[in-house]
Every structure is written in structure tokens, then in C-alpha cells.
Design a binder for this molecule. Structure first.
Ligand SMILES: NC(=O)c1ccc[n+]([C@@H]2O[C@H](COP(=O)([O-])OP(=O)(O)OC[C@H]3O[C@@H](n4cnc5c(N)ncnc54)[C@H](OP(=O)(O)O)[C@@H]3O)[C@@H](O)[C@H]2O)c1
Length: 348
């Protein structure tokens, strides 16, 4: 099936796999010419040949490692040299690394994460957006994440780069509001790509292939948001709810929740089993104490000393329960206060 060329060109980084590959497919289907940027030459060649056969797509392949600081200038020079006008820029390439920042992760790899996810994304945007402003036309899609608005324990540097992307994108979008250029952030939750494997996190709870999103569905939501000029889109309704909660709940609570998703699956299952066991034992003990307390005087005569002892214990338990409730109350109050401030700020 040959597609009518729409005369426009989309440049996609990290095009050979996962969400980037699915986005590339959507552009090809809609008649865009493509510039694919990746480190996987073979993957890009296969895609180019498949889209050429299916849609008659014209593709330029640029094999560059975005971890190298000179890559964005080299990519720009190559497109300019070939007379390619980039109408749509998709900053998709990105990766993370799993582990505790203080003791487990590798600094060189983390510097590369910042370079690829944040610096190269900003650098490429700087180069191409100037031309877009000159033509007063263009679209930019940035790959953020649901962790763009949540701390990401055990992938701390990765999460911070995604927060950078959201902040940077919303800011330049505002600066460009009087032009025909739009900036859109796609914020996926856990998606079934090579991402977790590359990060060394294939066995964490959140990476369970039964729960992760299909990259083609994620790409479709991003593509539609880009085409309609939205500022951002959170892919998937569950993730929309999670992101909404991240705006309301206190940061430590959000971080703890993300961390539980980052726990190795086996450990998470064991912890869940322990919790269920503890709750069951607790319920049985409470039931037994309650039963004895109610029936003790009819079963065994209670001495005056025992009565005072039980009253003291009951008083202590009541005190502990009140403290626990007060602590839950404080958390709820904190969340309520944050939510109210957010609403007041939005209305102001
Ligand atoms: N999967 C998720 O759960 C998830 C969730 C939220 C956001 N995201 C974001 O979505 C984007 C795409 O990730 P994905 O899930 O599709 O993962 P993926 O399948 O690993 O795709 C990442 C792509 O980026 C390319 N890439 C990585 N480092 C590069 C470099 N130094 N230079 C050039 N290209 C490079 C990879 O090339 P190779 O294949 O050759 O390594 C690959 O094509 C990333 O920005 C990621 O942070 C993913």
C-alpha cells in the first residue's frame, strides 16, 4: 500500500526500537518522509526498507550515539547538508539505570543518561526550533514519563532527567505561544519495550509484562496529542490517575509508591505475603483478646488486681490507636493542604 507523500519530514531519535519505532510507523503511514537517528544501524535499515515497501517512504538514516556531545551538531549538519527541512522533531531516545545512587550505580553511565535524555534533547531542540521559528511552522514531541512529576527512587538520575524534560518543554511552549510551533510532552507509564532490560531492571514489579503498556498504544496517544498541539499527554488511564495523585500527595509518599514499583518482583511478593500473614495474625489475636475480654468473667472469676491490669492495658492500646489515627490524619491533612494550594494556584 503506497501512501501519498505529505511533503513533510519527521526526525525521530531512538527510532529503531520500542515507542520510537511505533511513532516512526505512524509518521510513515501518514506520508511523512523520515530521518531516523539511532545507534542501531541494522534496526534502522530494516525499518526504512519495510516502510519503503509498505508506504513508499523516503528515509534518511543517521547513525549517531547521542551520548557524544558533538552528536546534535553533526546530525543538524547532516540534515542541512542534504537540504532536509525538519517539520517535526521527536526527541525520543532515552535510557535509565537501576540501583541505589549512593552505592550501586555507575557515574559514567549516569552522565551518559543526562547527556542523552536531557542535554542532547535540549541541544537538538535549540538547533531545529530556530529554523521552525524562521518558517513559523513546526511540531516538537518530547518523551517525558509519568516520573516527570514524581521522584524515582532506584532510578534517581533517570527520573530527574524526565522532570527536566517536562519543565523545559512547558517553558519553551509558553515562549512559543504566539507562533505556529507546538511542543508536546508524551508521559508514558511502564511500557513493554527494551527499556527495563537496558536499565538492568527487567525483574522489578513495575516491569511485569502483564501489566506494562503496549508501545503501539502509547505511541498512538502521543502522536494524536502531537498532531492536535496539546501541551502534554499521560498515556493510559491508570497512569493519568497516578499522575493526578502525584500532584496532590506529599512527595515522600509519591516516592515510596514509585519505589514499591521498583522493588524486585520476588521481594515484592514476599513482602506482600508477610503483610497478609501479619494482618491475619493480628486479626486472630485481636479477635481472641476481644472474645476473652467479653467472656472472661463468665469463664474464670476475675480478681480486682486483674481488672486493674486489663483496664491499664486497654487504656494503653486505646492511646496507641489514637496516635496511629493522628499520624494518618496528619498525612491526609498534608495531602488536603497540598491539593488546596494546587487548586488555588491554578485558579489565581
Ligand atoms: N518503556 C517505558 O516504560 C518508558 C516509560 C516512560 C518513558 N519512556 C521513555 O520512552 C523513550 C523510548 O524508550 P523505550 O521504552 O521505547 O525504550 P527502548 O526500546 O530501549 O528504546 C530506546 C531507543 O533509544 C535509543 N538510544 C538509547 N541510547 C541511545 C544513544 N546513546 N544514542 C542514540 N540512540 C539511543 C535505543 O537504541 P538501541 O536500541 O540501539 O539501544 C532505542 O532505539 C525513552 O526516552 C524512555 O525514557 C519509556
Amino acid at each position: 500500500m503506497e501512501t501519498q507523500n505529505n511533503g513533510k519530514t519527521a526526525l525521530i531519535t531512538g527510532a529503531s526500537s520500542g515507542i520510537g519505532r511505533e511513532l516512526t510507523r505512524l509518521f510513515a503511514k501518514d506520508g511523512y518522509k523520515l530521518v531516523l537517528v539511532d545507534i542501531n544501524q541494522e534496526g534502522m535499515e530494516q525499518l526504512a526498507s519495510s516502510f519503503n515497501n509498505q508506504y513508499g517512504t523516503q528515509t534518511t538514516i543517521i547513525n549517531k550515539d547521542l551520548a557524544s556531545s558533538s552528536a546534535p551538531d553533526e546530525i543538524y549538519a547532516e540534515t542541512a547538508g542534504k537540504g532536509v527541512i525538519v517539520d517535526v522533531l521527536v526527541n525520543n531516545a532515552g535510557f535509565g539505570e537501576y540501583g541505589k545512587f549512593a552505592t550501586e550505580t555507575d557515574l559514567q553511565r549516569e552522565l551518559s543518561i543526562v547527556q542523552v535524555n536531557a542535554v542532547a534533547l535540549m541541544h537538538l531542540t535549540k538547533l531545529y526550533v530556530k529554523d521552525m521559528v524562521g518558517r513559523n511552522d513546526g511540531k516538537i514531541l518530547m518523551l517525558g514519563s509519568e516520573v516527570s512529576v514524581a521522584p524515582n527512587p532506584l532510578m534517581a538520575v533517570y527520573g530527574a532527567t524526565k522532570a527536566f524534560i517536562k519543565s523545559f518543554s512547558e517553558a519553551i511552549r509558553n515562549e512559543l505561544k504566539d507562533t505556529n510551533i507546538t511542543v508536546t510532552v508524551l508521559m508514558p507509564g511502564a511500557t513493554n519495550t527494551n527499556f527495563f532490560k537496558t536499565a538492568g531492571a527487567a525483574d522489578v514489579k513495575g516491569a511485569d509484562p502483564n501489566k506494562t503498556a503496549d508501545p503501539s498504544a502509547v505511541a498512538k496517544e502521543g502522536y494524536e496529542a502531537l498532531m492536535s498541539g496539546k501541551d502534554h499527554v499521560v498515556a493510559g488511564w491508570m497512569n493519568k490517575a497516578k499522575v493526578a495523585m502525584s500532584h496532590i500527595l506529599p512527595d515522600p509518599l509519591v516516592a515510596a509508591n514509585v519505589r514499591s514499583e521498583m522493588t524486585p518482583k520476588e521481594q515484592a511478593e514476599q513482602e506482600q505475603k508477610k503483610t497478609v500473614l501479619a494482618l491475619t495474625i493480628g486479626a486472630v489475636v485481636i479477635g481472641a483478646v476481644w472474645f476473652l475480654a467479653r467472656n472472661r468473667s463468665s469463664v474464670v472469676p476475675v480478681s480486682a488486681y486483674d481488672k486493674v491490669k486489663y483496664r491499664y492495658k486497654a487504656h494503653k492500646a486505646e492511646h496507641k490507636a489514637k496516635n496511629a489515627l493522628a499520624s494518618v490524619g496528619d498525612t491526609v491533612k498534608g495531602a488536603y493542604h497540598n491539593a488546596r494550594t494546587a487548586v488555588e494556584e491554578a485558579v489565581a
